[in-house]
Design a protein around this ligand. Structure first.
Ligand code: SF4
Length: 454
């Protein structure tokens, strides 16, 4: 049953000139939401809709919202308000659409609201708001679909939803339980992307290492072989494609060790994005984190023995309810030993609907949260800088994201787009975006590197 709250019943007539109706699109939120946006845009283009750069020049606007934190909700509401000011027909989708009450309270004139991944309902709302006439140009769609990322990298979503119940998180409420895509479907999409010129595949989901559990790891036929819907099997198959493969949102389940071996062999990038969130056992228990989180330091040391180039990115929450100074100190000590490459930290926010609010644990006052966040970031900045400095003088492969006169900007295997550092490259020869270049690292900052093309 589509979750569609339709308010307008009076569709306008199709454009008498036969021109394709134009849709403008706002995409907010995480890479998973970006993939949803790409799917909707692909459907729009497949059905002959044109895309508009401005709300004012469009026949309707779609806003794909993020509802993860209160700050993200505020940003989503602002985007909806801005769209309504410029265009009367606004369709809202995404995580915030799962609970439409606050949106309808603020903007009762919205044309339709759907929850995340509800592509059918979004398209039904578009058909109503901006009917499409007969369009002979239906197969102008590129085979890889419409991408919002630059041509040389793409997000590859392998599952929807999550079967964990971390107490600070409302994603399972918004997006439901884990639903994995069959391995063959994921691999066919990856193959199309690589054929279309994508040089880096960024594997995303809510819990990448849980991939296939809901399918009982059932195999599906890709090319002339059966591939199991299993984290390791999928990573190995992706590793055979002619592209960098980067794994995001991995939890430290025991079977992750097998994938580290693939990294050591150079099949997938030596990069793990693991949201550890904390290190103190009390806090981790209260957070109900998945995976074997108690022995992560030993695991990290073992992984680095197998794959010395491994770069680890993580996120942490400081000031979770009940976190004591002793718990926080455990986290700082852990950080010192783990020597992670990239780290983001957030102060705990009591998101409405999160079960952490009902644990009966004392909240950490905002000034203590701020103080812990500052101490945490200062410590990590020193660690990141030391790890970056160790790269000076090395020759590294980078993938160029942008070029400008005299050089360009790219990333090493240790840097994911948008969230990690950049490498600023100077070059005597002209460079091309999307090209792999070997560079010599000249200088390091805490997050970025400066280099010369060889
Ligand atoms: S693993 Fe935890 S934090 Fe991540 S989406 Fe699932 S419930 Fe939320």
């Amino acid at each position: 049953m589509p979750n569609l709250a339709s308010i307008s019943d009076d569709p306008p007539a199709p454009d008498a000139t036969g021109a394709a109706p134009r849709i403008s699109f706002v995409s907010l939120g995480c890479p998973k939401a970006l993939v949803d946006s790409e799917r909707i845009l692909t459907r729009l283009r497949a059905e002959g809709y044109a895309l508009s750069r401005s709300h004012a020049g469009a026949d309707a606007v779609i806003v794909n919202t993020c509802g993860f934190l209160d700050s993200a909700k505020a940003e989503s509401l602002k985007a909806i308000g801005d769209a309504l000011k410029e265009n009367g027909k606004v369709i809202v989708t995404g995580c915030m659409g799962a609970e439409p009450g606050p949106i309808l309270d603020a903007f009762p004139q919205i044309s339709a609201i759907t929850g995340p991944q509800d592509y059918e309902s979004v398209m039904a709302a578009v058909h109503k708001a901006a009917p499409r006439g007969e369009n002979p140009f239906i197969d102008l769609l590129p085979p890889q679909g419409v991408k919002l990322t630059p041509r040389h990298y793409a997000y590859l979503k392998i599952s929807e939803g999550c079967h964990n119940r971390c107490t600070f998180c409302i994603i399972p409420k918004l997006r439901g339980d884990l639903v994995s895509r069959p391995a063959a479907e994921v691999l066919r999409e990856a193959e199309k992307l690589v054929k279309a010129g994508v040089k880096e595949l960024l594997v995303v989901s809510q819990d990448t290492s849980a991939y296939g559990q809901d399918l009982r790891y059932q195999s599906s036929r890709f090319q002339n072989r059966e591939v199991r819907a299993r984290f390791f099997d999928l990573a190995r198959e992706l590793g055979e494609m002619d592209a960098w493969v980067r794994l995001h949102y991995v939890y430290p389940y025991p079977h992750v060790d097998e994938v580290i071996a693939l990294m050591a062999e150079g099949k997938v990038l030596p990069y793990l994005d693991i949201p550890f969130q904390h290190a103190a056992p009390n806090v981790l228990r209260a957070m109900k984190r998945p995976g074997n989180v108690e022995k992560t330091l030993d695991r990290i040391l073992d992984w680095r023995k197998t794959c010395p180039d491994l770069a680890i990115r993580s996120t942490f929450i400081v000031g979770f309810p009940g976190e004591t100074e002793a718990d926080f100190q455990i986290l700082l000590d852990w950080l010192e030993e783990a020597k992670l490459d990239r780290v983001g930290a957030f102060k705990y926010e009591p998101v409405a609907g999160a079960s952490a609010n009902d644990l009966g644990l004392p909240p950490v006052p905002p000034e203590i949260q701020q103080n812990r966040w500052r101490r945490f970031m200062e410590k990590q900045q020193k660690i990141s800088y030391a790890r970056q400095k160790a790269k000076v003088g090395k020759r590294l492969a980078i993938l160029l994201d942008k070029v400008f006169p005299g050089g360009g900007e790219g990333r090493t295997k240790a840097d994911a787009p948008e969230i990690d550092g950049k490498v600023f490259v100077s070059s005597r020869r002209p460079l091309r975006a999307g090209e792999f270049v070997t560079v010599k690292i000249d200088r390091a900052e805490a997050y970025d590197l400066h280099a010369t093309a060889i």
